[in-house]
Design a protein around this ligand. Sequence first.
Ligand code: IMP
Length: 195
Amino acid sequence: MKRLIFATNNKHKLAEVRAALGENIEVVSLADIGLEGDIPETADTLQGNALQKAEWVWERMKCKADGVFADDTGLEVEALGGAPGVYSARYAGEHCSFDDNIDKLLAALDGKENRRADFRTVICLIENGEPRYFEGRVDGQILTERHTNGEGFGYDPVFMPDRFAVSFAEMPLDVKNRISHRGLAVKKLAEYLSK
Ligand code: IMP
């Protein structure tokens, strides 16, 4: 069985990826292999960060797995020139909360008519030292206030995907995973690995 390291300790991402990749691929997390330490994430593109994270783990763990993959996601808002983009997690500051980020985003868009935005995820898979990229994207718009029934995380309460009348934070997780940036990128990774 193929064994891949997913450069994350996020349980939700891990469960989503394991479900998508099926039983023929063993996916282990950083905690599973006992790899500790802060993985550098200093590139200025999603692709660069995904590569940097995957390479960092690959260099240390290549003998323990057939490959390594890492993901990076950003919210890109048209009226803000693509911001917060690669800086989405720290938009309102280094140790900010999801709520701080949403407050800053709503303030930045106050009075703006164009509220178009997308979420984009890039996954970098390294096998035999070679990187390969898988990208998923979902388009939508930023709402003027939070809409949530407790689902989701991050910017979910203010992101409404096209063709839906509810925010990501009002959707059952399985529906979000089917249409989301990360869900689509993971699906492409799964398709590649099943070949
Ligand atoms: P990461 O690269 O997956 O850690 O994502 C970076 C940041 O983007 C997160 O801290 C969130 O603020 C935001 N983000 C990523 N995925 C989602 C999502 O599915 N919904 C809402 N926000 C997200």
